[in-house]
Structure formats: structure tokens, C-alpha cells
Design a protein around this ligand. Structure first.
Ligand SMILES: C[S@@+](CC[C@H](N)C(=O)[O-])C[C@H]1O[C@@H](n2cnc3c(N)ncnc32)[C@H](O)[C@@H]1O
Length: 371
């Protein structure tokens, strides 16, 4: 991890500004930093004869901003550098095909969930040159492999996103997609809550699909097929088409494997015949009143979790709260600057589960003005 070791940390009052780096506050061993391009935290602790200074993983910015902050921090403390391993680190080039949870997804036409080696994703891109295809994958090496391949083959219409597809779908506007593919999802027989196909996912698929658009599930697991069929049957205004051992235009790596084992392969096509209302996508993450933290137990609700992890004191009026909130499978780590009118140090991603957790947080911990 890129870090520096310096000989001393001076006891200084905050805020302070060195060049265009602002040091906003100190909350125990965390320091709030603002540059022209980023807002993040650095942290320090004593080791042997010096102080190790690192960036905080939750708010990590790009390396150039970390470098700027370290240099300014050295000046601020009039410190001597005992060690550094940051100068040689090169910036990873931003890849415009790699999206994240905050990206605008309004230009996407087709989605593939869990694309693995990416054979089918690339086939989709080549056979739909006028459409933009989004591949969503939780496995980072698959993302990197496909990014290399699309660069090598100069494919222009694929975007990839490294996240849980069940969360991302809620970010896509209604009636926008013509196709959604879920090929050979992990069956998760022992942990069914991890399955991609579930009622929420089908609901979101239906909402994001155009009228006459379809979701295609292909699986080698009879159990998953039966389970999914049952879930699909819960939805009105759809048509289900079922196929068994039908060849498909592209055979993925998994499919090749199952065919060698002579396994059955099942397809379900769910065609959507409904036009869905638009969804409100503006989430207000503001607070009205100071939060009063009186318990640190993780709280699990139906669609989200909240776990206050630690409170760092800044001064008598302010503190920094570290917590996780949002989707049960992929909660987000955030900080809140707790003061008369609290604010997130960096806003949570604008997704439904984060917003629901935010509202609950306010309900549970916000003090009313009279208290
Ligand atoms: C069995 S592999 C199939 C890969 C590919 N579709 C194929 O047919 O070869 C399942 C893939 O789904 C991905 N995956 C599992 N759960 C996911 C989720 N919730 N969101 C996105 N990708 C997921 C896994 O990382 C894995 O690459």
C-alpha cells in the first residue's frame, strides 16, 4: 500500500491549507483532506521511531491526489521523510469502458449478468453494433480480462461494471432494455439468498425491460431451473418460453464443460408485456439534526443493513462516524461528519437500499430539535 513514514506529527489546530490541499479536521488518527479534485481521509499511527501515514481505504482517491496530500502533510508537520514507496507508483489509466455504481446507465440497451469469460458478451456486441451492451460481473479478474479483450479487438459498444447485478439493475431507467441475459448463474443450492434470480431481480428486470423485451436464463441446474420457473410464474403480463437442450449461438466455457458431461441444459425466456412507470432516481441524503449514537449493534432490516462501527472525536461539537449501510450482500462503507447538521463525508452511491438505510438511520439516531 502506498505510504510514507515521517519522523514527527505536530500538534496543530485544523483546518489548515498548504497550497491547494486543505486539511479539514483531525478525528483521532484520521485527517480529513480536500484537494481540487477529491475529498478523502488519511490516517497515521506511531511505529518504532516514526509515524506511518496511509490513505484510508474507504475514501481512497486516485494516486495523484494521495501523493499531493502526503507532500502537503510532510510540509504541514515540518517533518522529515524516513521512508516512502509512492513516487514510483504510476496512475492506472482510467478506462472509459469501466463504469461504476455512480455512472449514468441511461444509454444501455442490453445487459448481461455474470459474463465470466465474456464470450457471449462479445458476441452480443458484434451482432448488435448499434446497441450498447453492459456486462455486470462480481469477479474482478473477469472484468479485467474482458477490458483487455475489448481494447485488443477495438470493440466500441461494451461497458463493464464490477458489482452485484442485483443492485445495479435498480439504477437503470424503466422500459429501456431490449434484452437481459443470465447464463449459467451460480446455483447456490446451499445459500439461496445469493442467487441472482429472485423476485426482486425479476421485478427490476420487468421494470427495466421495454415492452416485448426479454430476460433469458440458461442453466444446467435442474434445481435452479425449477426454482426460477416458480419465481417467474409470480409475475403478470409476461410470457414464459421454456426449452430443453436447445443449442445456442454461442457456447460459453461453462456450457462446453456441461456438454462434455452430458448434462441437460434448460432455457427460460421471460417476455415482458408491460410498460412500467418511471422511477424517481433522486435520493436526498441530507440530515436535519445531529445524530445521537447510543448503540453499535448491526441492524438487519428486510432490504438493507446499518452498522455503526466507530465514532472518532474531532472536538466537543463534532465527530466522525464510520458505518456500513445499504444492501445486505454489498453494504457500503461511509463516514458521516456528525455536527449540528450532519453530512456524509462522501455521499453513498445513489441506490435504493442506501437511501432506505439513510432514512432508517435518521429515524433511529437523529435527535429532534427539542432534545
Ligand atoms: C458459473 S459462471 C458463468 C459465466 C458465464 N455466464 C458463462 O456462461 O460461462 C457465473 C458468473 O456469474 C458471476 N456472478 C455471480 N453472482 C453475480 C452477481 N450477483 N452479479 C454479477 N455477477 C455475478 C460470477 O462471478 C461468475 O462469473
Amino acid at each position: 500500500m502506498p505510504h510514507i513514514v515521517i519522523d514527527k506529527i505536530k500538534d496543530i489546530s485544523y483546518p489548515q491549507k498548504i497550497g491547494d490541499v486543505e486539511f479539514l479536521f483531525r478525528a483521532e488518527n484520521l485527517i480529513g483532506v480536500k484537494t481540487n479534485n477529491a475529498k478523502f481521509l488519511i490516517t497515521f499511527y506511531k511505529k518504532d521511531k516514526g509515524y506511518i501515514v496511509k490513505y484510508d481505504k474507504i475514501t481512497r482517491p486516485i494516486i495523484s491526489e494521495i501523493k499531493k496530500a502526503y507532500e502537503a502533510f510532510i510540509k504541514l508537520n515540518e517533518a522529515e521523510v524516513l521512508f516512502e514507496n509512492i513516487k514510483g507508483i504510476k496512475e492506472k489509466l482510467l478506462n472509459k469502458n469501466l463504469l461504476d455504481i455512480t455512472s449514468d446507465l441511461s444509454g444501455i440497451d442490453i445487459v448481461e449478468v455474470g459474463f465470466g469469460s465474456g464470450r457471449h458478451l462479445i458476441h452480443l456486441a458484434k451482432t448488435n453494433p448499434d446497441k450498447t451492451i453492459l456486462g455486470i460481473e462480481i469477479h474482478k479478474p473477469s472484468i479485467e480480462q474482458v477490458l483487455k479483450r475489448i481494447e485488443y479487438e477495438k470493440i466500441k459498444n461494451i461497458r463493464v461494471l464490477n458489482h452485484d447485478a442485483r443492485i445495479i439493475l435498480s439504477k437503470i431507467p424503466s422500459n429501456q432494455l431490449s434484452e437481459i441475459y443470465v447464463h449459467f448463474p451460480v446455483p447456490w443450492d446451499k445459500k439461496p439468498h445469493r442467487r441472482v434470480i429472485n423476485k426482486d431481480f425479476i421485478n427490476e428486470s420487468k421494470r427495466t425491460l421495454k415492452k416485448d423485451g426479454f430476460l433469458h436464463l440458461r442453466t444446467d441446474s435442474e434445481n435452479y431451473f425449477n426454482y426460477s420457473l416458480n419465481e417467474f410464474l409470480d409475475f403478470d403480463k409476461t410470457e414464459l418460453k421454456i426449452r430443453k437442450n436447445m443449442p445456442y449461438i454461442v457456447s460459453s466455457k461453462y456450457e462446453d464443460r456441461w456438454k462434455k458431461l452430458n448434462k441437460n441444459i434448460y432455457d427460460i425466456y421471460m417476455i415482458n408485456y408491460e410498460i412500467s412507470p418511471p422511477v424517481k432516481e433522486e435520493f436526498d441524503f441530507s440530515f436535519k439534526n445531529r445524530l445521537h449514537i447510543n448503540d453499535f449493534k448491526p441492524k438487519v432490516f428486510d432490504k438493507f443493513v446499518i452498522h455503526i462501527e466507530k465514532v472518532f472525536k474531532i472536538n466537543n461539537e463534532k465527530e466522525l462516524i464510520r458505518l456500513t449501510l445499504g444492501n445486505f450482500n454489498r453494504p457500503e462503507h461511509v463516514y458521516i461528519l456528525n455536527k449540528e447538521k450532519p453530512e456524509y463525508f462522501k455521499l453513498p452511491a445513489p441506490i435504493k437500499e442506501n437511501y432506505l438505510a439513510h432514512l432508517k438511520l435518521r429515524e433511529l439516531y437523529e435527535l429532534s430539535k427539542s432534545e
